[in-house]
Design a protein around this ligand. Structure first.
Ligand code: SAH
Ligand code: F3S
Length: 439
């Protein structure tokens, strides 16, 4: 038996890919996943290149693994994910002790690549984009939790001017809806109660049903909602451009779809949105939220923001702050703009001082934190349905679970409740977590 250790950076998509890698290798019956790096024979790094100095971070990490390999030359090192696609063979040049380079769409080739290395091949690389092939090999679901992610589409065609994803994950491709429904039904039979539909751009989803009709994203949600045992549905990430009325309709008649939506807006300035190539205006965004609030008055919206995009003036930034107040966003993610290779924005003149960018980020995050706290406070004394996920990390006498709006709640209960929905009265509030008692 050989032990594999996987280190994952980045988004939920990468987490999902890493769990596919683990399933795939364990299926071979020769490999076992370990969380102890000292025990591992194969080290796998699943990388992310969305921001920061991704390459530097990669080579730092590889430098640490090199020391492990120096002590034990038998160890196999594999690098995958977005930086692997971006850098390709260059990784071998700078770190010749790396054995395998695989891409975001070729992780299913890992068993073959590992055995080539075991047969004394020096290096092996495959960062091609075979269409959805990985799902044929690796989608067999293995239940690990009561809430599971299911990938419904891969890649992105939007080409926002700042974003590297279309280059590292490829074109938008939707998985056949029958495969998705089969996978979710099988998870439901194993006890999964909540599904998070995953994709870079889920509302661009499109495939055919078994009888040849078009299955849009809204149709897919309705079909998932029909599966026995699945009582809560989330999705991430959707894009304002394809947030069409048929999706808003689903909120009207599908209570299993949570009243919480992550809808990245990036900026509150139309000038910046245009230069980001987001293809919508602030007014379009507000209209979507307005329509949603009509069908779901209690819906909460979260978002992603970029500050310091090339050309963002103080006034543009103020417009983002105004939008934050207007929409009353709940907990959100925000980043300083980071120049990414190959992207159109990387050629724009970056005229804002780093101190100014940091200041803007600080102001924005303070405001979001305050609003998040206010949303949480509103929940004081309310009854919330939570899916109990397990024993709390902080206190083994307590259980924890999540509310519809993604708050972790801890409470005293019986282990028999794990994997079930319970109703709690919320009686203590922190910004990102809550405490409750059973009712
Ligand atoms: N598909 C999603 C975004 C995926 S990337 C969407 O529709 O928006 C996740 C987030 O990272 C983005 O929403 C953006 O806020 C941030 N991001 C992406 N590229 C970035 C860059 N070059 N600099 C800073 N933040 C970036
Ligand atoms: Fe990136 Fe824009 Fe697609 S942020 S993932 S190019 S929608």
């Amino acid at each position: 038996m050989k032990y594999i250790y996987i280190k994952t950076w980045g988004c939920q998509m990468n987490e999902y890919d890493s769990s596919m890698i683990a399933n795939l290798l364990e299926k071979e019956k020769k490999y076992l996943l370990t969380s102890l790096i000292e025990k591992a024979n194969i080290l796998i790094l699943n990388t992310c290149s969305i921001r920061e100095k991704a390459q530097e971070k990669l080579f730092h990490q590889l430098g640490r693994w090199r020391k492990i390999k120096n002590k034990n030359p038998e160890i196999i090192i594999a690098v995958g994910g977005c930086v692997a696609v971006q850098e390709g063979k260059n990784i071998f040049k700078r770190a010749n002790y790396v054995d395998i380079i695989f891409g975001t769409q070729t992780l299913h080739k890992l068993p073959k690549m590992i055995s080539e290395i075991e047969k004394n091949k020096k290096h092996t690389i495959d960062i091609s984009f075979p269409k959805l092939e990985k799902f044929k090999y690796a989608s067999k679901p293995i239940k690990t939790k009561y809430t599971e992610m299911v990938s419904i589409m891969e890649g992105c065609n939007k080409h926002c001017s700042f974003c590297i994803v279309p280059y590292t994950r490829g074109h938008e491709l939707s998985r056949p809806c029958n495969d998705i429904l089969f996978e979710i039904s099988s998870l439901a039979k194993q006890g999964v109660r909540e599904i998070n539909l995953l994709g870079q751009n889920v509302n661009a989803y499109k495939s055919l049903t078994f009888d040849g009709r078009i299955c849009s994203f809204s149709k897919l949600i309705r079909l998932v909602a029909k599966i026995d045992g699945i009582d809560r549905i989330r999705f991430i990430t959707s894009h304002p451009v394809e947030f069409t009325d048929d999706i808003i309709e689903v909120y009207k008649d599908t209570p299993k779809l949570v009243s919480f939506l992550h809808l990245p807006v990036q900026s509150g300035s139309n000038k910046i949105l245009k230069s980001m190539k987001r293809l919508y205006t602030v007014e379009d965004y507000k209209l979507i939220v307005k329509k949603l609030t009509i069908v779901r008055p209690n819906i909460q919206i979260s978002s992603d923001f970029i500050v310091g995009f090339p050309g963002e003036s103080e006034q543009d930034f103020q417009q983002t702050m105004n939008l934050i107040k207007d929409i009353n966003f709940d907990m959100s993610f925000s980043f300083i703009y980071s120049r990414r290779p190959k992207t159109p924005a990387s050629k724009m003149k970056d005229n804002i001082q780093i101190e100014e960018k940091k200041k803007r980020l600080y102001i924005l995050q303070n405001r979001i934190n305050m609003q998040t706290m206010l949303w949480s406070r509103k929940m004081f004394g309310s009854t919330q349905s939570i899916l109990v996920e397990g024993v709390s990390n902080k206190n083994i006498m307590e259980l924890f679970g999540r509310t519809e709006n993604n708050r972790i709640v801890t409470f005293k209960g019986s282990p028999k409740m794990i994997g079930k929905f319970v109703n709690l009265k919320i009686n203590k509030i922190h910004t990102h977590s809550l405490k409750g008692t059973l009712i």
